[in-house]
Design a protein around this ligand. Sequence first.
Ligand code: SF4
Ligand code: F3S
Length: 110
Amino acid sequence: PYVVTEPCINCKYTDCVEVCPVDCFYEGPNFLTIQPDECIDCNACVPVCPVEAIYPDDELPEEYQHYTEWNEYLANQWRELGYNITEKSDPMPDAEEWETKEKSEEDILT
Ligand code: SF4
Ligand code: F3S
């Protein structure tokens, strides 16, 4: 499956959800995740993310390896809460600023 990584945190541009043929994105307060059992590996979301946050799990950069588990864990929680997202919405208010800031998985709000 494909995995959403750090650059998405506090940005949430949501272009990805519009192109996903199986609607497998789930939304938290400041991050999106892909539900791994639903993703069909079509690659459509990768080129549309303006901050290049999405990777196939076997091509994750070393520093983003742990995001595979994060996507599964959070997507399952958010799926249970009904937080499926299929339509583009406004990015986070300070998205542009956050593009260049240091961040980590600890910044993900759940
Ligand atoms: Fe959806 Fe395809 Fe991206 Fe998987 S790779 S999340 S199926 S758009
Ligand atoms: Fe996040 Fe990129 Fe989608 S910033 S919401 S993965 S378009």
